[in-house]
Design a protein around this ligand. Structure first.
Ligand SMILES: Cc1cc2nc3c(=O)[nH]c(=O)nc-3n(C[C@H](O)[C@H](O)[C@H](O)COP(=O)(O)O)c2cc1C
Length: 196
């Protein structure tokens, strides 16, 4: 099953937190002054509902952080399980060594609100985000807080505000980093029942 923009549908902002709620590994993309970049981030989470805000740990020493500080925006792309090798590759190399999109053959187009690259294959959802400038936080921590401006997801695996991980869409399940290049794939879903 391939990931393609034709299957992407907008996600209402009040459902944007659901995209990150279960802790998927994400790909943070950025662009500024003709340069663009992509890195993996295992640490991200929703932090507020309205407006939707997220926190993503982006090491101060990364090239991504440099572009994000300069542009004030970034995108969070959520890779499908089929993109595990890609997620590991962009998480173990730096954009300072060259354009990772070219090096790894990653197709992307600029996001309409941020200009940050949105992957046209390999990802199952994306969120366009505006960095919330908090100088004392930025100086002290690797954590970046951002407001979600827009979101979309592949309707074959996320619709009506819910993920649907099934056997027939296994390549579109999200990735969860266990460390050292090992990932778990979101799979069996469990519906909680009310206790008697
Ligand atoms: C699976 C995976 C998850 C990662 N998670 C994070 C993370 O949450 N935060 C972070 O700052 N770096 C994380 N990294 C490391 C960055 O992706 C790595 O430093 C990357 O080379 C930075 O690229 P850049 O210099 O081109 O921005 C992760 C790496 C991998 C492989």
């Amino acid at each position: 099953m391939t990931q393609q923009f034709e299957h992407f549908k907008p996600v209402a902002l009040n459902h944007a937190s659901r995209l990150l709620n279960h802790g998927p590994t994400v790909l943070v993309t950025s662009a500024h002054a003709g340069r663009r970049n992509i890195m993996a981030a295992a640490w991200s989470m929703p932090v507020e509902f309205t407006p939707p805000r997220v926190a993503v740990v982006i090491d101060k020493n990364t090239f991504s952080r440099e572009l994000i500080a300069a542009s004030g925006v970034f995108a969070v792309c959520i890779p499908g399980a089929a993109a595990a090798d890609l997620a590991y590759a962009v998480g173990t190399s730096s954009g300072r060594e060259g354009d990772k999109f070219e090096r790894f053959g990653i197709a992307a187009r600029p996001g309409g609100l941020t200009g940050a690259p949105l992957l046209s294959s390999a990802c199952v959802a994306w969120l366009e985000c505006r960095l919330i400038p908090e100088r004392h936080v930025e100086d002290a921590y690797d954590t970046c807080f951002a407001e979600v401006l827009a979101a979309a997801a592949d309707e074959r695996v996320f619709s009506d505000g819910h993920w649907s991980f099934r056997e027939d869409n296994a390549d579109l399940h999200t990735l969860h980093h266990l460390g050292a290049g090992h990932f778990a794939r979101a799979s069996a879903m469990i519906k909680a029942k009310a206790l008697p």
